[in-house]
Write a protein that binds this ligand. Structure first.
Ligand code: APR
Length: 227
């Protein structure tokens, strides 16, 4: 029986695929005010702006490729039951070949009904057009969780963390809740690793192995430590 390796990833793991993080210098939120493009209020006020923001992001995601960090996590599946929980809305983990990915904040390659968020569909191409409707006749929007919206997968994610034999945090500033809370569900006995060139502050950083490197360099070190 393989040990369960739980990996929580953030925008940092996709940085080396050319996708901007949110809070680094020149990050995505530097160019935009989240309240103009990533809240239900923004969608009510200016749906075209919000739709276009995510259409542009989707174009960038479709043009990006998984990097060696995404692939390193696939390699670890030979030795561990790897369960990925990602805050990212890109599909690079899936395209790298990871077999178990939970998206906390949705995934931009799918659309969702504006009436029932549980109704989701694959997006053909890079854009969702205004006037494109779901089977209920409601507008389609990006299948992503906006600030102020519920995070439907958080309980499943906490359950995965509770059963972690090992835990790795890669490329997240832990600035956003409830995702940042997940660390508290990892059993204290389970070894924890962090891969980030700027290790984020956290309450209880005892017994955490800190790998202060980029995701691709850090995965090389992690593969040596864990294989
Ligand atoms: N390799 C690894 N980590 C990196 C790299 C890299 N090449 N480049 C940057 N990082 C790290 C930064 O040091 C930072 O800790 O990635 C982290 C990025 O933090 P954020 O930009 O805050 O991204 P994230 O933590 O994923 O944001 C969480 O906030 O805006 C919301 O919904 C959005 O899912 C997102 C959530």
């Amino acid at each position: 029986m393989k040990k369960k390796l739980v990996v929580l990833t953030g925008a940092g793991i996709s940085a080396e695929s050319g996708l901007k993080t949110f809070r680094d210098t020149d990050g995505l939120w530097e160019g935009f005010n989240v309240y103009d493009v990533a809240t239900p209020e923004a969608w009510l006020k200016n749906p075209e702006l919000v739709q276009d923001f995510y259409n542009q992001r989707r174009k960038q995601v479709l043009a990006a490729e998984p990097n060696d960090a995404h692939r390193g996590l696939v390699e670890l599946e030979a030795h561990y039951d790897v369960q990925i929980i990602t805050q990212n809305i890109d599909d690079l983990h899936e395209r790298a070949g990871s077999s178990n990915v939970t998206h906390l904040h949705g995934v931009i390659t799918r659309s969702q009904s504006d009436l029932n968020p549980e109704l989701t569909y694959p997006v053909n191409g890079w854009e969702i057009k205004m006037g494109e409707l779901c089977e209920l006749g409601a507008q389609l929007r990006a299948h992503v969780v906006w600030f102020g919206e519920a995070v439907p997968m958080i309980e499943a994610a906490a359950g995965i963390c509770r059963s972690a034999d090992l835990f790795v945090l890669i490329g997240s500033s832990l600035a956003v809740y409830p995702a940042a809370n997940l660390l508290n569900f990892v059993p204290r006995r389970s070894p924890r690793y962090i891969i980030d060139p700027k290790i984020p502050e956290m309450r209880d950083s005892s017994r955490i192995v800190r790998i202060e490197k980029t995701a691709t360099e850090g995965l090389k070190e992690l593969l040596q430590l864990l294989s």
